[in-house]
Ligand binder design. Structure first.
Ligand SMILES: NC(=O)c1ccc[n+]([C@@H]2O[C@H](COP(=O)([O-])OP(=O)(O)OC[C@H]3O[C@@H](n4cnc5c(N)ncnc54)[C@H](O)[C@@H]3O)[C@@H](O)[C@H]2O)c1
Length: 379
């Protein structure tokens, strides 16, 4: 437990499911903020925050905060980081850091000037599965190509968060995990070319009113159970490409594809994985799986082919209810609060988060312009 006063902006699904419980475990939940007044108030009541707000600037001015957790829609992250940094607050921001290049530049300049600590999710650097994959990469020789991706059904909530043209869609939401891992393992990207389309143009979502009242039940109930049993009464139009493929060329020469979509039926979801093939073998890494992750693969030896199989127990993951898992949200909260108390820089740093965002933003630009795009930021 750290003596760090925390504020949450965006009291939606991930706040209730992951960050608020972790903040309660490791820090002090001082204030919460959501533009939906009833959601902010109910969240404060059930989770025991001292105050609640409906405007971030109001919270930054009035609540006594050391750190702000930015859990709003993807196209709002950059503005909220800028506002929090200007007020001298440390920051955890959910992915992506920004959804436009202008905002990305402004975020970096503001954070550099403010000298605050910023952790950009997902915190791949803290993940024991990815660290082991980095070690195994040496065994597969020169990494020539990769194939990564996650195909799933669309979320049933968050019209603006997931389906708005300015910053929604599966690439910012899901592809970010594979892109983050690939840059962690293979170094920066130098070029992207992407294709995408809207394959499912209308969807029925859970009404906001329903979530305002039922999400705070997460204090004693699993969020996914609340969502699974909710009626879907609100028809929306999907504004952003929901079916995307990105070709990436890395600075060090590896080429590959990242697939991200919201159009794969639940029954056939493709789990989030990254396969990397090298001159001497391959590894297959679970990217965003929650239960019993196993790194698999094979390498050539003098006697033939030796399989690779590293399970949750040998990765040192925590066992819970009979399965091993890694909770990146909890690890990030603990790490950031530790860094604030010990005055250390958190991992990953903002330059890595900015590089990942540039890849995502330029992939969307590539879809809409039909051109390949160079990636210029480095970490
Ligand atoms: N849901 C998940 O499991 C999950 C997992 C990983 C990452 N994320 C990321 O977390 C972020 C939030 O996702 P979510 O599923 O919680 O979405 P959500 O739509 O449930 O929550 C977003 C919340 O932000 C609030 N909000 C919007 N604009 C605001 C503003 N200007 N000021 C204050 N509050 C505002 C909304 O009212 C809503 O309550 C997204 O970036 C998403 O990609 C979500």
């Amino acid at each position: 437990m750290f003596d760090v006063r925390c504020g949450i902006v965006g009291c939606g699904v991930v706040a209730h499911n992951k960050y608020i419980p972790a903040v309660k475990r490791y820090g002090i939940l001082e204030a919460v903020c959501d533009i939906r007044e009833v959601r902010a108030r109910r969240t404060a009541e059930v989770w025991g925050a001292r105050s609640y707000f409906t405007d971030l600037i109001d919270m930054l001015e009035k609540a006594d905060l050391d750190v702000v957790f930015i859990l709003t829609g993807m196209d709002m992250h950059a503005d909220h980081v800028i506002e929090a940094a200007r007020m001298g607050k440390h920051i955890l921001v959910q992915k992506p850091l920004a959804t436009s290049l202008d905002k990305l530049r402004e975020v970096i300049e503001t954070v550099e000037r403010a000298k605050v600590k910023v952790l950009v999710e997902p915190s791949v650097h803290l993940n024991p599965i990815y660290s082991r994959a980095l070690n195994l990469l040496g065994d597969i020789g020169s990494p020539y190509w990769f194939m990564a991706g996650f195909g799933r059904h669309p979320p049933s909530w968050g019209e603006h968060t997931f389906f708005s043209r300015g910053g929604g869609g599966p690439l910012f939401d899901l592809g970010v995990y594979e892109v983050s891992l690939l840059t962690f393992l293979l170094g920066p990207a130098m070029r992207v070319t992407a294709m995408g389309r809207i394959s499912i143009s209308e969807l029925d979502l859970i009404d906001d009113e329903y979530l305002n009242h039922h999400l705070p039940e997460s204090v004693s109930k699993n969020v996914w159970e609340i969502i699974a049993s909710a009626p879907r009464t609100r028809r929306i139009k999907v504004e952003v490409e929901d079916n995307i493929m990105v070709l990436m060329e890395m600075v060090r020469g590896t080429v590959g594809v990242v697939i991200s979509n919201y159009v794969t039926p639940r029954e056939f979801s493709r789990p989030s994985r990254a396969e990397i093939y090298g001159s001497n073998g391959f590894i297959d890494i679970p990217v965003h799986s929650s239960r019993n992750p196993v790194i698999s693969g094979a390498v050539k030896t003098r006697d033939g082919v030796k399989p690779i199989s590293v399970d949750g127990a040998s990765l040192g993951l925590t066992e819970h209810n009979g399965w091993f898992s890694w909770d990146y949200y909890e690890a990030s909260v603990k790490h950031l609060l530790e860094c604030i108390v010990e005055d250390r820089e958190p991992l990953p740093n903002i330059y890595w988060g900015a590089h990942v965002s540039e890849i995502l933003i330029k992939s969307i630009e590539s879809i809409r312009s039909g051109r390949s795009m160079d990636i210029t930021l480095r970490f």
